[in-house]
Ligand binder design. Structure first.
Ligand SMILES: [Fe+2]
Length: 145
């Protein structure tokens, strides 16, 4: 993990997800087993401040330069905001430990464990953690459709 903050956030988020709906709890148990073996990285660019040390992403399947479906994990410690960003691939998030998701033209909405978020190709979007850690699995369709 990139920092002690992200290590603590992962532990908190997995703990909360294990108390969630059955499919969330089952996925959390699987992630708890694989998370320590992933290569966790900070987002590209130059993240700074509390966000820099409080977030981490891991690619479980695929890579941004690949094709087809890629699957990964996003993690944020409490009280952080992921920067607005856009990318050509369509994106789905499956929430394990909730927070807020923002999408251009739609504003913020709070999502809890077990819910999905869809971002169409190229749309500006962001997310934020509340008083507890945020954890979501994401899916990118890298052929851009
Ligand atoms: Fe995204």
């Amino acid at each position: 993990m990139p920092s002690p903050q992200t290590r603590a956030a992962l532990e908190e988020a997995i703990g909360m997800a294990r108390e969630g709906p059955p499919r969330v709890a089952a996925l959390a148990a699987s992630l708890a087993a694989v998370a320590p073996h992933q290569r966790w990285v900070r987002r590209p660019g130059r993240p700074s401040g509390a966000f820099r040390d409080g977030h981490a992403n891991a690619w479980l399947i695929g890579s941004y330069r690949g094709r087809g479906l890629a699957v990964g994990i996003s993690l944020m410690a409490p009280g952080l905001r992921y920067p607005d960003h856009r990318h050509p691939p369509r994106e789905l998030y499956f929430v394990l430990a909730g927070g807020g998701w923002w999408r251009e033209g739609q504003g913020w909405s709070e999502r809890r464990a077990g819910q999905w978020i869809h971002n169409p190709p190229g749309v500006l979007h962001a997310m934020r953690s509340g008083p507890s850690a945020l954890l979501a699995v994401w899916f990118l369709r890298l052929d851009g459709r």
